[in-house]
Write a protein that binds this ligand. Sequence first.
Ligand code: PLP
Length: 392
Amino acid sequence: MLPTTSADLIPGDLIQLDHQATTPCHPLVVKAMEPWWEQDWGNASSRQHRLGLTAAAAVASARSRLASHLGVEANDLIFTSGATEANNLALLGHARARAQAEGRCGHVVTLATEHHAVLDPMHQLQREGFALTVLHPKDTGLIDANALKGVLRDDTQLVSVMVANNEIGVVQPMRELAELCQSRGITLHTDAAQAFGHLRLNRDELGCDLISLSAHKLNGPKGIGALVKRRNVSIQPLFWGGGQEQELRPGTLPVPLIVGFAAAADLAHADLETRQDQLATLRDQLWQGLKSRHPQLRMNGAPEPRLAHNLNITVPDVSGVRLHRCLKRSLACSSGSACSRGQPSHALQAIGLSRREAEASLRLSLGRTTTVADIHRAVDAISACITQLQGE
Ligand SMILES: Cc1ncc(COP(=O)(O)O)c(C=O)c1O
């Protein structure tokens, strides 16, 4: 029997505005992956025969193309199962290695608006004896170097700040933060899961030492990502095994997913600027359409600098539970991160929203296939629900 699809669960034509949770695989990505499942199914570590060598060559090509999009060397890239694992490897792996080298657990810093895939490993470090500061950004969601400077200590070893936020889309001034960290010998990690393929990123311009990536946010497959690491940054592995990925992430490489990741990155970078212009236009139409009908709506996070495909709004004085229940049949969107365990967004609360306001918030995220018609339908659907709830 075929597995249940979304059409079985909730019949009807759903407007898809949840592309920051994940994106559909691009047909060309599916096509690029195709031969690597059945035809060229070799293990990239099998160097004694052609099947293995062919797989290794595909991985090498994917690695160097991905690296080129960030201006790094192919060997700077370690494949992982996604950004969650890359964050864990970066944060736990680096902090532990540095603590071992320096003979003490130091201080680590992150933002209250980070994804749980950063916050949770940071709390794990705290349980292991590291001192943790969770810095609150301004109500725009942004921080500046002065705010970061204010919490740094002589023993600060590691700072983690995401390039672009997964809920409110704001883009942090990474270069400024990196200069501060560099001047103090502090390692800077960034979770770029939401930024890679949507903003042009160059590792040296960003100034980051460690960068986490995920393929499924850019029309690539789920289950593959990477940690990009400067050569001089030490990392302790989280797993031990067959020695793959410079012994930092052992395990048989998922060749089809790696090929798909590189294909998705190539596609995303081929039309990045024109796509972002189109998405920003659509996103602004969505916001203006909603705001003109419901002037009380509030946009969360700074309007700029912001990902072109993100809008996050609060509908004041309505029940979030009812709002989301009303929208469920017509619109796919979210109230916060897809990984928020059903809780109201911690990120929105960190920038000053009450729990009730956070619950009555919508993250509307557009994608490559979003059309003007989708935007009109979304405005109508959201507007109808707001009007209905206000009348109750
Ligand atoms: C900012 C951010 N970090 C990490 C993740 C997790 O990425 P992955 O699903 O590749 O583990 C996500 C996706 O939800 C995200 O938005």
